[in-house]
Each structure stands twice: as structure tokens, then as C-alpha cells.
Write a protein that binds this ligand. Structure first.
Ligand SMILES: C[S@@+](CC[C@H](N)C(=O)[O-])C[C@H]1O[C@@H](n2cnc3c(N)ncnc32)[C@H](O)[C@@H]1O
Length: 228
């Protein structure tokens, strides 16, 4: 597959608007709390960069942005998302700055940020490469990109994980959110999302350097970092 994807932005925005009220709880149940640990790890990595201005793209209910806000109180953080219903929760949960914005057309000048983060968001975007280039545009030269997203475990865990992803997770999420179809596409989106070396290659093609991948929890998720 080329760098493009099949995610339909209209469907994605509407699906997240429908699950916004139950998103946080559903997430923690489906990941058995591991998503909290992954976000804490990301916040520690970001803290080590000492950013002064950071943009969290596809911030949703603000889970990652809030974690970074706690870890880096001196940092000016903007939580952006194209789904206003998700951002309402980010605001209510204490996110100081939120902004409704499409990640593929960010309303910022070039080189405004020291760091850009995106957790479980890039996978839902219509064009991964265009999104990565847009994030690079708003990063200062030498600024940091961080992507946290799902991947597939290697070896014997892959088959049972796929079974959970395609058979169990949509039913469980449907029961929790009463919006089963909003989770039907999750497994497919994870299957087609670049992981490991493919993601590093994509990041490199989008103009970043020093791309690095850190698999989390047997490879169920991965943290990718790179420099603009
Ligand atoms: C799975 S949620 C992730 C939310 C949050 N980052 C987290 O870690 O929980 C994905 C978010 O990506 C947002 N999103 C998807 N495509 C987007 C785009 N093109 N521009 C901005 N936000 C987008 C959705 O609205 C949704 O809130």
C-alpha cells in the first residue's frame, strides 16, 4: 500500500462524537489499564525534551495532553482535535488550551512548536504521510515528534491478539458504548497501520531524522519518536 489510507474523516469525526461520553472508561477497560501506563511513559519521554511549546494532535478527551500537562507544568500545551465533542471532555477534565482543528490542515505558522505528540490518532487519519508532513511543518527544526499507537505483537501472541481484536473487542466495546459499529473498524485500522520498520520508513520519507521505535507491552502498542 502507498502512504495513503482509507479512513473517511466524516465517518471518523461522527463516530468519535457518538462515543465521546464513554471514550475514557471504554479505553481503560479495553486496554485493561495499560493505556494509562503507555501515556505516562510518553509524558516522561516528552519531559526529558524540556519543550516550551507543545501541540497534542488528535487529542480527543485529552488523556495524553493532561498527562503531559502534569509532567511539564511549565510547558504551553495545546490540545487539538477535529471532533469538538471529544475536546469538551478534555476541557472539563482540566486541559487549559483546546482547539478544534484538522490535523491535515493545522491553523499554525511554520516552526511554532518544540514538540508534537499524537496518541491513537494518526491511525484514524485519511492520509498518514500528509498528516506527518503537516506536523513537521509546525515543528521547529530540531523539534520532536512522538507517535503512540497500536501495533501487532510478534510471534505466538499475534494470533490470539488478533482474535481478541476482531472477535472480542468490538462486542465488548459495543456493550460499553452502545455504539458497536464505532469499534468495528478498529481491528482493520490496526492491521493496515504501518508498524515497526514500515512506520520508521514512513516517518523518514516525511522528512524526519533519528526515527526510533519502542514496542510496548509485547508489541500491542508502539512509541515512535523522530526529529524534525
Ligand atoms: C482514538 S482517539 C485518541 C484520543 C487521544 N489522543 C487519546 O490518546 O486517547 C482519536 C482521535 O483522533 C481524532 N482525529 C482523527 N482524525 C483527525 C484529524 N484529521 N484531525 C484531528 N483529529 C482527528 C478523533 O476525533 C479522535 O478524537
Amino acid at each position: 500500500m502507498a502512504d495513503g489510507t482509507i479512513q473517511d474523516p466524516g465517518y471518523v469525526r461522527e463516530a468519535f462524537a457518538r462515543i465521546a461520553d464513554r471514550y475514557v472508561t471504554t479505553n481503560h477497560v479495553l486496554s485493561m489499564g495499560t493505556d494509562i501506563l503507555w501515556r505516562r511513559k510518553v509524558a516522561r519521554i516528552v519531559k526529558s525534551w524540556k519543550p516550551r511549546r507543545l501541540l497534542d494532535v488528535a487529542s480527543g478527551t485529552g488523556d495524553l495532553a493532561l498527562e503531559i500537562q502534569d509532567a511539564c507544568p511549565e510547558c504551553d500545551i495545546i490540545a487539538s482535535d477535529f471532533c469538538a465533542e471529544m475536546l469538551v471532555h478534555a476541557k472539563e477534565r482540566g486541559m487549559a488550551k483546546t482547539l478544534v482543528a484538522d490535523a491535515l490542515d493545522l491553523p499554525f505558522a511554520d516552526a511554532e512548536f518544540d514538540a508534537v505528540t499524537v496518541a491513537f490518532g494518526l491511525r484514524n487519519m485519511a492520509d498518514y504521510a500528509a498528516a506527518l508532513r503537516e506536523m513537521r511543518r509546525v515543528l521547529k527544526p530540531g523539534g520532536h515528534l512522538l507517535i503512540l499507537d497500536f501495533s501487532l505483537p510478534c510471534g505466538p501472541l499475534r494470533a490470539p491478539y488478533r482474535w481478541y481484536l476482531h472477535r472480542v473487542l468490538p462486542k465488548l466495546a459495543g456493550w460499553l458504548t452502545r455504539q458497536k459499529d464505532a469499534y468495528e473498524y478498529l481491528g482493520g485500522s490496526i492491521e493496515e497501520f504501518p508498524m515497526g520498520q514500515s512506520m520508521l520508513d514512513l516517518i523518514g520519507r516525511c522528512g524526519y531524522t533519528d526515527a526510533d521505535a519502542r514496542p510496548q507491552t509485547f508489541g500491542v502498542a508502539s512509541i515512535y519518536t523522530a526529529v524534525a
